[in-house]
Design a protein around this ligand. Structure first.
Ligand SMILES: Nc1ncnc2c1ncn2[C@@H]1O[C@H](COP(=O)(O)OP(=O)(O)OP(=O)(O)O)[C@@H](O)[C@H]1O
Ligand SMILES: [Mg+2]
Length: 227
């Protein structure tokens, strides 16, 4: 079997609250392999978004390690971590987080420009075409519908061909038909680019389409089920 693209060991996250210490994640261990599709499921407040943000290096654990593409993510300083993330990880936020002062095309070009890619415009245009938005390249986010913004966010995450795509409830705010299209696109890109897909979802049908499900219960990994 190939080396894991992400390996999580004894990961814990605690925060201080008014009554003392709140444990959000407790002693989590798992590995994700190239090309896998994995759903992270569990009740609201169980720690799914916190886990995803730590996998992306956007939040820090209290204890434990995350190894991304062979590198200990939290042994790096913030700049090094950001550089590793830019190369390896695409992240789709539930609320899109597009930059409002940039057009759809500019939003998708940005990660390529940060990598110094000279073909940023052509590659971003092609990816937006791929998500069905070639007629909306010059639109600012506020002029796009929710589903269109989600597709721009997906194009931005995929345009660098990351090894891993982490998506937090990517269809949570979309109508059924648009959500289904966005899901098809994610699975297509998983197959085409070999991207490891990690989806946080409350939708059992989407979870069942993934090869594995990781269930989080009150901050603990409950089981690792085959679908
Ligand atoms: N910075 C923080 N300070 C205090 N508590 C926090 C912090 N971040 C998260 N929490 C708490 O940790 C728990 C897990 O939050 P998280 O957002 O990871 O849950 P989730 O599984 O993604 O839930 P949902 O399905 O509703 O999105 C919640 O009870 C939340 O209130
Ligand atoms: Mg969440």
């Amino acid at each position: 079997m190939s080396d894991p693209i992400i390996s999580v060991q004894r990961l814990s996250k605690q925060v201080a609250d008014s009554t003392g210490t709140l444990t959000i994640l407790h002693d989590i261990d798992f590995a994700l392999f190239p090309r896998e599709t994995v759903a992270i499921v569990g009740a609201s407040g169980s720690g799914k978004s916190t886990l995803l943000a730590i996998l992306a290096g956007l939040d820090t654990p209290t204890a434990g390690t995350v190894t991304l593409a062979g590198t200990d993510l939290f042994a790096l300083d913030e700049d090094e971590r950001a550089a590793l993330r830019a190369r390896q990880v695409g992240f789709v936020f539930q609320n899109f987080q597009l930059l409002g002062h940039l057009t759809a095309l500019e939003n998708v070009m940005l990660p390529l420009e940060l990598m110094g890619r000279r073909d940023a415009r052509a590659a971003a245009t092609e990816m937006l075409q791929r998500v069905g938005l070639s007629e909306r390249l010059g639109h600012y986010p506020k002029l796009l519908s929710g589903g269109e913004q989600q597709r721009v966010a997906l194009a931005r995450a995929f345009v660098v061909r990351p090894a891993v795509l982490l998506a937090d409830e990517p269809t949570g705010s979309l109508d059924f038909a648009t959500g289904a299209k966005v899901m098809e696109l994610m699975f297509d890109l998983n197959r085409e680019a070999g991207t490891t897909l990690v989806l946080v979802t409350h939708d059992p049908q989407i979870a069942a389409r993934c090869e594995r499900q990781l269930r989080i219960e009150a901050g603990r990994l409950a089981q690792a089920l085959a679908a």
